[in-house]
Design a protein around this ligand. Structure first.
Ligand code: C5P
Length: 241
């Protein structure tokens, strides 16, 4: 290996724990960790179980993307981000549509907690159909300007976001489906290989794993596909922290 060969960070698989009870989520995490250390706690589980869901993942050794998609006035978004940061989560989401002032308030609230929690702006939902790349890139540039760490977008817009905002600007992509898998209610879907080659940093997968008869095998297959796609772009790889 040449010492000048670029090191590629393997994009992380984030399992969406869209499950109705804490017990169901705990059972899923106990099966999936450490095949994947990353879990998304969204509105389904958080409404049912609250911060206990976050603590359950952390106690198991996992990392949390708290996907509550805050969309409110700047003062409220700031307070919600500060509360989320106090839970010690790694990633949280707010809607870019909340506006520049709300995004700036969110960025500031996250910085106030020692800088561990990163805030991602939701551009457009992946359940929305259409050619949304220009609108998504505009949202990403606004999010970057406001001080957010990255955005949530479909893999279809990822390369354009990286070109506009730089490779260091985080892109997390939901709507990931194995080739030939059911799209469910998602519209702007992509396979893991497509998301990796577009430069995605985090790939969110819910139903293809948590709705599978064998969630561990499904997660292992997706992880293998992500690693294979990463190594085809660059041989030296390191795991995402
Ligand atoms: O089951 P599935 O893989 O479609 O789950 C995707 C997850 O990602 C869901 O929890 C959904 O709320 C979330 N999400 C999304 N599109 C966005 C942002 C988040 O699908 N733009």
């Amino acid at each position: 290996m040449s010492p000048t060969e670029p090191v590629r960070t393997v994009p992380a698989l984030v399992v969406a724990l869209d499950l109705p009870t804490l017990a169901a989520a705990e059972e899923m995490v106990s099966r999936l960790f450490p095949v994947t250390p990353w879990f998304k706690v969204g509105s389904v589980l958080f409404t049912a179980a609250g911060p206990a869901a976050v603590r359950m993942v952390q106690d198991a050794g996992g990392k949390v993307f708290l996907d509550l998609k805050f969309h409110d006035i700047p003062q409220t978004v700031s307070g919600a981000v500060a509360a989320a940061a106090r839970l010690g989560v790694e990633l949280i989401s707010i809607h870019c549509a909340a506006g520049d002032a709300a995004m700036r308030a969110a960025a500031e609230a996250s910085r106030g907690r020692g800088g561990r929690t990163r805030v991602l702006g939701i551009t457009r939902l992946t359940s929305e159909a259409g050619r949304l790349t220009p609108a998504v890139v505009r949202s990403a540039l606004a999010a970057q300007e406001a001080g957010l760490h990255g955005v949530v977008a479909s893999a279809r817009e990822c390369a354009a976001i990286k070109a506009a905002c730089g490779t260091g600007f985080v892109v997390l992509t939901p709507g990931i489906r194995p080739a030939g898998g059911a799209a469910d209610d998602q519209r702007r879907t992509a396979t893991p290989a497509q998301a990796v080659s577009a430069g995605a940093d985090y790939l969110v997968v819910g139903r293809p794993i948590v709705g599978s008869p064998d969630p561990v095998a499904a997660a292992e297959a997706l992880t293998a596909e992500i690693r294979a796609a990463t190594s085809s772009v660059g041989r030296i790889m390191r795991e995402r922290g």
